[in-house]
Design a protein around this ligand. Structure first.
Ligand code: 73E
Length: 835
C-alpha cells in the first residue's frame, strides 16, 4: 500500500508514499486521505474548505520532506545562515505559489479535476496572511522566496500577528476598517513548535551587584515575563529542494505565571496578566511610513527580537560552537529599524547571560548585524521617548547609555569639538524630553548599512545619514530592491508566462535577465498581437471583478490607468485625481472631442488614523460617482476605487495594467516595488525620477518611459527658495478650475466643507509639491494618450518593458546581499531518500 508503483506513463516512478509522491495518482490519493483522516469527511459531504485543507496538507507534506532534508544538510555542513529580522511579512496566499515552486501545478490541476473539484476554486478559498502593511513587508516575502530559490540557508524571523492588516471596505465613499481574522478557519501552512519557546522579560528594574569573582553584574527584575512560541511556515524555492523556515513568534503567558497568581487566590489578576501577554502578538500596527511611539509597539519589537536571538544562540551552541563565534554562524539583517533593538539585546544576552566581557560582546555584535534603511521621510524615523523606553526595557536603556558613551568618546577624538556632529551621531536625542534614535542604534551596531535604490542610497549619504557616512563610509552600499517573478509573473499572469516561454523557454523564471531574448520579437506583428491579446484578456477578467465589487462597468478596450499602493500624500494620488478632473472638464467643455478612453483604477489602504489619506479616498470615490454617471462623458472616462488592496488583489490588477502611475514627489519614495511588478507585466510607466523609477527608466530606455516632474534636487531647491503653491494655482486655468470645483462641492453634492482641509493644504502648504508638478504631469499624460492610439508602437514599448526588467528580480537583489554583505554561499539540498 505504502510503496506502490504508478500505472501511468512513467513506470519507473515510485510513489514513495502518499505524502511525498508528485504524480497525479499520488496527489489524488493524498487529497482523499487528508479529506478522510484530517478533515474527517468523505467526498460527498466535504465542503469547499475541507477540500482546500485536504489539498493544502497534501502540499505541505511535500514541503516538509524538503524542509527536513534542508535542515539536515545545513547542520551537517556548518554553513553560514542568513537571519532576516522583520516586523512584517506580507506573504500572500501560499497554495498556488507552492504548487508552482514544487513544479506540480499541472498535476494538481488534473488531480483535482479527476476528483470533480476545480483547482482555482480552491485556490481562491485561501485567506491570505496579511502580516505587513505594504512594500516593506512584501519585500521581506519576496526575499524569502529568492533566498530559498538561490538555495541559501536562511531563517526569517517575525511576529505571528493574530490579526494582520485590516480589511478595507468602502461605505458611502469612505474607508471603513474591519479586523483581519485570517486564522479563523485554521492555517494549514504553519506548524506550531510548542517545544520551541523562550521567555521574554518586560518592565521592572535592574539590580547591580558584585559577584564572588569580583565581576560587576546586572540582574533585571521584570515586572512581567511573556513566553514566545515558534510557529514555522515552510518557504520552498522554485524547482529546488531548498525549503527554509519562516519562524513567527506568538506571545503567551508563561506557565509559571498562572501558578503564582492562582496560589495567591487572585484569579482576576491571573486572567488579566494572561491577556496582557497574549496582546503582544495580537495585532499588526497599520501605519506605513509613520511611527506612533506606542508602548505596545516597542514591546512587540523587543518580544520578537529577543525570541529570535535566543533561538539563534541556541542553534549556534547546539552545533558545539563557542558563543564568541556567533557571527560566523549567523548574518543578521535588520529590515529597517523595527528590529534594531536587537543590537542592545545581543549585548545583554552576551554580557548578562553568556558572561562575555564588553569588548568581546561588542565585537561579536558589530560583526553580526547589517541594517537596511527604507525611508527618508522624517516622520518614519523611529524614536522612543527615553522614559517610556526605560519603563519597558530598563536594562537596555543602561546598555544603550554605555554603547553611546563609548562610541561618543571615540567620535569626540575624531571630530574634535564639533558638537553638531556629536549630537547628530548620538543615540540619545536631547530636547524638552530625551529620546532614543533607533536609526543611530542600528548604525553603530551594524557592519553594513544600505538603502533600497540607487537614488535613495545616495540621498541617505547626503541627508539623514550624512554624518554616519562621513564617519564610516565603508559601511555604506546600495541594494536596489527586487520582486520575485514566480509570484508576480508566473502565478499572477499565467497567460503572459506561457506566451513568453513559448518563445524563449522557461529559463527566464529563474534567470530573469533572459527576458531580454524577447527583444527580438518586439517588432514582430504576430507577437505584438498575441501580446496585446493577453493584455486584453487580463483586462476583461479585471473588468468582471470590478463590476462585481463596485458595480462600475468599465470598457476593457480603454486604457487601464492604474495607481495601486498605500494612500499617502507623498505618493500623490491627488495629483492623479487632478489630471482626471482635468480630462473630465475638457470633455464637458468639448463633448465631441476625440479623447482616448481611460479607466482610472485606484486601490490602497489608508492608515486608520491618517485623516488626509482617508480624505483622498473620499475624493477619488466622489469624483468617480459624478464621472461614472455623467452621460456627457459617454463612457470615455471611468473611475474605480478597487477595495481592500492586498496581495491577492494585486495579483489580479498588475496583469491588466496599461499605464503604471509612479508619481511620488522626487526624493520621497525610497524605491517602490509595485513599479517593478507593473512594468514586468507589460505596463508602461508614467513617473518621476524617484526611487527605483530612475533605474527602471535606465534599463527600459527613456523612449519607453513617460517622465515628468521636478527632480529631487529641484524639489529641495524649490523648497529652499520658499515654495508658494498659490502662484501655481492662480496661474494655471485648468488647475484652478479643478481645485475650485473640489472646494465648491461640485463633486460632493454641493458640500463645500468636506474637502476644505485638502484644498487649503494644497493651495497654501502643498508639502509634496503637487501643484508644482501638475502642468508637467498633465502634459506628459497627453503624450501617453497620443502614444496609446498607435497600437503597434504601444505593444512594442510594452514588450520592451517586460524584456528589459531582468535586473529587478529579487534573485539579483539577494545575490548582491549574499556576495557583498552576508558572505554566504548556496548549499544545494539533496532530498532525503532520493538517490
Ligand atoms: O519605497 C518603499 C520601499 O519600496 C518604502 O516606502 C517602504 O519600503 C519599500 C521596500 O523597501 C517603506 N515602508 C516603511 N518604510 N519604508 C515602513 C515604515 C514604518 C512602518 C511600516 C513600513
Amino acid at each position: 500500500e505504502e510503496k506502490e508503483t504508478v500505472k501511468s506513463e512513467n513506470k519507473e516512478v515510485l510513489i514513495q508514499d502518499a505524502r511525498t509522491g508528485l504524480t497525479v495518482e499520488a496527489l489524488k490519493k493524498a487529497i482523499l486521505n487528508n479529506l478522510f483522516y484530517v478533515q474527517g469527511k468523505y467526498p460527498e459531504i466535504a465542503t469547499r474548505n475541507d477540500y482546500y485543507m485536504a489539498l493544502s496538507f497534501a502540499v505541505r507534506d511535500r514541503l516538509l520532506q524538503r524542509w527536513t532534508s534542508s535542515v539536515k544538510q545545513y547542520l551537517e555542513g556548518k554553513n553560514r545562515v542568513v537571519s532576516y529580522l522583520s516586523a512584517e511579512y506580507l506573504l500572500g496566499p501560499h497554495l498556488a505559489n507552492n504548487l508552482i515552486n514544487l513544479g506540480i501545478y499541472k498535476e494538481m490541476e488534473q488531480a483535482t479535476q479527476e476528483l470533480g473539484v476545480n483547482l482555482q476554486w480552491l485556490i481562491d478559498k485561501e485567506v491570505e496572511p496579511g502580516l505587513g502593511n505594504g512594500g516593506l513587508g512584501r519585500l521581506a516575502a519576496c526575499y524569502m522566496d529568492s533566498l530559498a530559490t538561490l538555495e541559501v540557508p536562511a531563517i526569517g524571523y517575525g511576529i505571528r500577528y493574530q490579526f494582520g492588516i485590516f480589511e478595507q471596505d468602502i461605505r458611502d465613499g469612505w474607508q471603513v476598517e474591519d479586523t483581519d481574522n485570517w486564522l479563523r478557519r485554521g492555517n494549514p501552512w504553519e506548524i506550531a513548535r510548542r517545544e520551541l519557546n523562550y521567555e521574554v522579560k518586560l518592565g521592572g528594574y535592574v539590580q547591580h551587584y558584585m559577584d564572588r569573582d569580583g565581576r560587576y553584574r546586572s540582574n533585571w527584575m521584570p515586572e512581567l515575563t511573556v513566553k514566545g512560541v515558534a510557529y514555522d511556515t515552510p518557504i520552498l524555492g522554485y524547482k529546488v529542494n531548498t525549503c527554509n523556515a519562516l519562524r513567527l513568534w506568538k506571545s503567551e503567558a508563561p506557565k509559571s505565571f498562572d501558578f503564582q497568581s492562582f496560589n495567591s487566590g487572585d484569579y482576576n489578576h491571573a486572567v488579566n496578566q494572561k491577556i496582557i501577554c497574549e496582546n503582544i502578538s495580537k495585532v499588526l500596527y497599520p501605519n506605513d511610513e509613520t511611527i506612533s511611539g506606542k508602548i505596545l509597539r516597542l514591546q512587540q519589537q523587543y518580544f520578537f527580537v529577543s525570541c529570535s536571538l535566543q533561538d539563534m544562540i541556541g542553534i549556534h551552541l547546539r552545533q558545539g560552537e563557542k558563543i564568541e563565534d556567533f557571527n560566523v554562524t549567523f548574518a543578521v539583517q535588520l529590515n529597517d529599524t523595527h528590529p534594531a533593538i536587537a543590537i542592545a539585546e545581543m549585548m545583554r544576552l552576551l554580557l548578562d547571560e553568556h558572561d562575555l566581557e564588553w569588548v568581546d560582546a561588542w565585537r561579536v555584535t558589530t560583526r553580526t548585524f547589517a541594517y537596511t534603511n527604507h525611508t527618508l521621510l522624517p516622520e518614519a524615523l523611529e524614536t522612543w521617548d527615553l522614559e517610556l523606553f526605560g519603563s519597558v526595557l530598563p536594562r537596555h536603556l543602561e546598555l544603550i547609555y554605555e554603547i553611546n558613551k563609548r562610541f561618543l568618546d571615540e567620535v569626540t577624538i575624531k571630530v574634535y569639538g564639533d558638537h553638531q556632529k556629536i549630537s547628530s551621531l548620538s543615540i540619545i536625542g536631547e530636547g524638552p524630553r530625551k529620546f532614543i534614535k533607533m536609526a543611530n542604534l542600528a548604525c553603530v551596531g551594524s557592519f553594513a548599512i544600505n538603502g533600497v535604490a540607487a537614488l535613495h542610497s545616495d540621498l541617505l549619504k547626503k541627508t539623514v545619514l550624512k554624518d554616519w557616512y562621513a564617519y564610516s563610509p565603508e559601511k555604506f552600499s546600495n541594494k536596489t530592491n527586487g520582486v520575485t517573478p514566480r509570484r508576480w509573473m508566473v502565478l499572477s499572469n499565467p497567460k503572459l508566462t506561457a506566451l513568453i516561454s513559448e518563445k524563449i523557454g522557461e529559463n527566464w523564471i529563474k534567470h530573469l535577465d533572459e527576458l531580454k531574448n524577447l527583444e527580438q520579437y518586439a517588432d514582430d506583428p504576430e507577437f505584438q498581437k498575441s501580446w496585446m491579446q493577453v493584455k486584453l484578456e487580463m483586462k476583461q477578467e479585471l473588468a468582471k471583478r470590478i463590476l462585481g465589487k463596485t458595480g462600475v462597468k468599465v470598457d476593457p478596450e480603454s486604457m487601464f490607468d492604474i495607481q495601486v499602493k498605500r494612500i499617502h500624500e507623498y505618493k500623490r494620488q491627488h495629483l492623479n485625481v487632478l489630471h482626471l478632473i482635468t480630462l473630465y472638464n475638457r470633455l464637458k467643455q468639448n463633448p465631441k472631442m476625440d479623447m482616448v478612453p481611460r479607466t482610472f483604477i485606484f486601490a490602497g489602504k489608508a492608515a486608520p488614523g491618517y485623516k488626509m489619506a482617508k480624505l483622498i479616498i473620499k475624493l477619488i470615490t466622489s469624483v468617480g460617482d459624478l464621472v461614472n454617471n455623467d452621460p456627457d462623458v459617454n463612457h470615455r472616462l471611468k473611475v474605480v476605487f478597487y477595495p481592500n488592496y492586498n496581495v491577492t488583489n494585486a495579483q489580479r490588477i498588475y496583469p491588466a495594467a496599461d499605464l503604471s502611475e509612479q508619481i511620488s514627489t522626487a526624493g520621497k519614495e525610497a524605491s517602490g516595488t509595485g513599479n517593478m511588478k507593473l512594468s514586468m507585466n507589460g505596463a508602461l510607466t508614467i513617473g518621476t525620477l524617484d526611487g527605483a523609477n530612475v533605474e527602471i527608466r535606465e534599463v527600459v530606455g527613456e523612449e519607453n518611459f513617460f517622465l515628468f516632474g521636478l527632480t529631487a534636487e529641484e524639489v529641495t531647491q524649490k523648497r529652499n527658495e520658499g515654495y508658494d503653491p498659490y502662484t501655481y494655482y492662480k496661474s494655471n486655468k485648468e488647475l484652478k478650475l479643478a481645485i475650485d470645483q473640489i472646494a465648491s462641492g461640485y463633486f460632493s453634492h454641493l458640500d463645500d466643507k468636506i474637502f476644505k482641509d485638502l484644498v487649503n493644504n494644497l493651495i497654501y502648504h502643498d508639502p509634496f509639491l503637487v501643484l508644482a508638478d501638475y502642468e508637467s504631469y498633465v502634459a506628459c499624460q497627453d503624450k501617453v494618450s497620443e502614444a496609446f492610439r498607435d497600437k503597434a508602437a504601444w505593444a512594442r514599448m510594452s514588450i520592451l518593458n517586460t524584456a528589459r526588467m531582468g535586473k529587478f528580480s529579487s534573485d539579483r537583489s539577494i545575490r548582491e546581499y549574499c556576495d557583498d554583505i552576508w558572505k554566504v554561499k548556496s548549499v544545494p539540498v539533496h532530498l532525503n531518500g532520493d538517490s
